[in-house]
Design a binder for this molecule. Structure first.
Ligand code: PAF
Length: 282
C-alpha cells in the first residue's frame, strides 16, 4: 500500500495505470475508518484492478460552528485497518495543497441540496461537491463508491457526475449497522453510553415507519409524527428534521404511494446523527 501525499504523485500514479488499460476504483473518505468504509472498499476492490482511498478532512464542507477541529483523526489506525482489503494507494494530501492561496472555485449542485441537511448546513454540499470533483480529477477513477447513509450526498454527487459529463461510474452501497441497529459513523465516538442507547431510536423509528407503510398507512404527516414521537421519547434526542422525500429529486412527498426515502437528522446530546431508509409500499 502506497501512501501518496502530493497531487502530482497521485495523478502520475493513476495515469500509469490508465495507460495500461487498468481500472481504478476509488473510495473517498475523511478517515477514522469503520466497517462501513471497509465494506465500500471491498465492493470497489472487487470491480477494479486497483483501489485508491483518499483520507482528507475537507475544511470546505464544515460550517464555522461545526466539528472540523474535533473531527476524529488517526492515520496509523486507518492504514492498519485498510491492509487486509487490500488498498493499493492512500491519497492523504495537506489542506494547503488542496486549497492553496487564491483558491476561489466552487461546484454548486442547486436543487437536490436545498432541503434535508442543506437547510441546516449552508454551504456543506458545495464543499462536498467541490472536493469530490477535485479528488476525481486527481485520482481519475473509473468507479467511485459512496455510502447510502449520506443519502443526500450520494444523490448530489450522482447529479454532479451526470450534469458535468464526468467519465466515471458513481455507485452507492447500503448503510452498515452495528448489531443493535445504530448506523456506523465516525461521529459515533462522540456518544456517551447513555446517549448511544438513545441513538438507537433512529433505526427503530425507520423500522416503525416501514411497518406503518406495510400496514397500509400512507400519509407522510402521520408517519413523520410517529417517527418524531418515537425519537424524542428518549432522553437527549432532539429531531432536527424528519422528512419523506422522492428518492431521486429529494422533494417532499405527502403520501408514500410507491417508494420514498425517510431521512432523519437528530441531535443526541451534542452529536448530530443522520440516518435514512427507503420505504416501499407493498
Ligand atoms: O462522506 C465523506 O466522508 C465526505 O463527505 C467525502 C465524500 C469524503 C468528501 O469530503
Amino acid at each position: 500500500m502506497e501512501l501518496i501525499r502530493t497531487i502530482r504523485h497521485m495523478q502520475d500514479w493513476s495515469e500509469a495505470k490508465r495507460v495500461r488499460g487498468q481500472r481504478i476504483g476509488f473510495v473517498p473518505t475523511m478517515g477514522f475508518l469503520h466497517e462501513g468504509h471497509l465494506s465500500l472498499m471491498r465492493h470497489a476492490r472487487g470491480q477494479s484492478d486497483h483501489l485508491v482511498v483518499s483520507i482528507f478532512v475537507n475544511p470546505l464542507q464544515f460550517g464555522p460552528k461545526e466539528d472540523l477541529a474535533q473531527y476524529p483523526r488517526d492515520l496509523d489506525r486507518d492504514l492498519e485497518l485498510m491492509k487486509p482489503i487490500p488498498v493499493d494507494a492512500v491519497f492523504h494530501p495537506e489542506p494547503e495543497a488542496m486549497y492553496p492561496p487564491g483558491f476561489q472555485t466552487r461546484v454548486e449542485v442547486t436543487e437536490v441540496t436545498k432541503g434535508l441537511c442543506g437547510t441546516f448546513r449552508p454551504g456543506h454540499f458545495t464543499g462536498v461537491a467541490t472536493v469530490v470533483l477535485k479528488l476525481f480529477n486527481i485520482v481519475r477513477p473509473h468507479l467511485a463508491v459512496f455510502g447510502e447513509k449520506d443519502y443526500q450526498q450520494l444523490v448530489t454527487i450522482k447529479r454532479m457526475a451526470q450534469d458535468l459529463n464526468l467519465d466515471l461510474v458513481v455507485e452507492g452501497q447500503p448503510t452498515l449497522r452495528e448489531p443493535d441497529g445504530l448506523a456506523m459513523s465516525s461521529r459515533n465516538v462522540y456518544l456517551s453510553s447513555e446517549e448511544r442507547r438513545s441513538a438507537l431510536a433512529l433505526s427503530e423509528s425507520l423500522r416503525l415507519a416501514q411497518e406503518m407503510v406495510t400496514a397500509g398507512r400512507r400519509a407522510a404527516a402521520d408517519i413523520l409524527a410517529a417517527v418524531r414521537e418515537k425519537i424524542e421519547s428518549r432522553p437527549h434526542n432532539k429531531v432536527q428534521y424528519a422528512v419523506l422525500v422522492d428518492p431521486l429529486t429529494l422533494e417532499d412527498v405527502t403520501r408514500v404511494n410507491d417508494r420514498a426515502v425517510l431521512a432523519l437528522a437528530v441531535f443526541t446530546g451534542r452529536t448530530r446523527l443522520i440516518d435514512n431508509a427507503l420505504l416501499t409500499a407493498p
